[in-house]
Design a protein around this ligand. Structure first.
Ligand code: 3PG
Ligand code: MG
Length: 399
């Protein structure tokens, strides 16, 4: 991706202009309230900027995965209320994202004010990237800004089709995200390391194959490391493994040999007999997992070796936990490596970029999210980017 092809609204006169601002308001909710506002906090700056420049700001977003038209559970209304609190100004809400209900709210917007339109996925045209639906959205704006990197892996009307109808720009958070990703993988300070964890290797094979051609060191932990170890004949007792993926694990190791990427696997482990918080556990060599045991975390010798690898690198990319971090005390491996990465970053020795699903939760639990260079709030989009895929939402802005 050529960053220079992405245009921002910098320098444009936006006063009185209707700006369709695509955000990702798909924030986790509990009991009808936003339970993690990180994604919303990340767009506050972009909204303030547009509002202060006199734009009439119209926020577009999907929420959840509604199947059959509008439903209360997937309404953006409570999210719009939370957003209003965060930006510190009233946020209007339109009960539909196209048609008269939307245009009435948009027409009434004054320069500097903000409206959120109801969930774009309430219309089937959104996920079908339907040209008519894209045109109906585009009618509501004079220009389009996409600040939703985390939805950029979807070729939908509000992320892709709409760019055919309006002058289209990249928002500030999307730009920050892409620069961070480029600094981590496309154009990094070397040597580089990637830490990849999580339960299953099956979901990350394309990522690992891409990474071995890009990074100097690949640290593998979590349940997915087990499949690699077992494919080399290590006995892992009751641990989670995917024996049907031995072949792919070996293929990744062969590819790594070919590119000169060093793969680092756990040499010891914390094992327990039950998958539950507080389960009695012991630390054993990876070659001595007891018959009844299952691996729930990397052990201290692995932490030491992996720490050494991270310390010798200047760039680190992180996706996925090293163990069952959500069950105490099996988060220690993840937390120890996260703390090392955070303190090296703070001292200026390391560029650290993390993202994808569980990763943010793991870093939050370690209390180090703010110390990383950049932590992406994207799930699927981050993973697809790690696979080396082009993201349609970004490509649409660059064409
Ligand atoms: C996400 O939560 O990863 C984004 O909002 C995209 O959502 P989706 O996976 O439902 O397209
Ligand atoms: Mg998702």
């Amino acid at each position: 991706m050529d960053l220079t092809k992405l245009k921002t609204t910098e320098g444009l006169d936006l006063s009185g202009k209707r700006v369709l601002y695509r955000a990702d308001l798909n924030a986790p909710m509990q009991d009808g309230k936003v339970s993690d506002a990180t994604r919303l906090q990340r767009i506050v700056e972009g909204l303030h900027d547009l509002s202060q420049r006199g734009a009439r700001v119209v926020v577009l977003s999907h929420f959840g995965r509604p199947k059959a038209g509008p439903d209360k559970e997937n309404s953006l209304k409570p999210v719009a209320e939370e957003l209003s609190r965060l930006v510190g100004q009233p946020v209007q809400f339109a009960a539909d994202c196209i048609g008269p209900a939307a245009s009435e709210v948009v027409d009434a917007l004054r320069p500097g004010s903000i409206a959120v339109l109801e969930n774009t996925r309430f219309h089937p045209g959104e996920t079908k990237n339907d040209p008519e639906f894209s045109a109906a959205l585009a009618k509501l704006g004079d220009l389009y800004v996409n600040d939703a990197f985390s939805a950029a892996h979807r070729a939908h009307a509000s992320t892709s089709g709409i760019t055919k109808h309006l002058p289209s720009y990249a928002g500030p958070e999307l730009m920050r995200e892409i620069s961070a990703l480029k600094a981590a993988l496309e154009d990094p300070k070397r040597p580089t390391a990637a830490v990849v964890g999580g339960a299953k290797v099956s979901t990350k094979i394309p990522i690992l194959l891409n990474l071995v051609s890009k990074v100097d060191k690949l640290i593998i932990g979590g349940g997915m490391a087990n499949t690699f170890l077992q494919s080399m004949g290590v006995f892992l007792a009751q641990s989670l493994v995917e024996p049907e993926f031995h072949y792919q694990a070996r293929e990744i190791m062969v590819a790594a040999k070919g590119t000169g990427c060093q793969i680092v696997l756990p040499k010891d482990a914390v094992v327990a007999r039950e998958f539950k918080s507080g389960a009695p556990s012991e630390t054993v060599s990876i070659h001595k997992v007891p018959m009844e045991g299952m691996i729930l975390d990397i052990g201290p010798a692995s932490i030491e070796e992996m720490t050494g690898v991270i310390k010798a690198c200047r760039t680190l990319l992180w996706n996925g936990p090293m163990g069952a971090f959500e069950l105490a005390p099996f988060g220690e491996g993840t937390f120890a490596l996260a703390r090392v990465a955070a303190s090296l970053t703070k001292s200026g020795a390391l560029v650290s970029v993390a993202g994808g699903g569980d990763t943010v939760a793991a870093l939050n639990a370690a209390g180090v999210t703010d110390d990383f260079t950049y932590v992406s709030t994207a799930g699927g989009a981050f993973l697809e980017w790690l696979e080396g895929k082009e993201l349609p939402g970004v490509a649409a802005l660059a064409s």
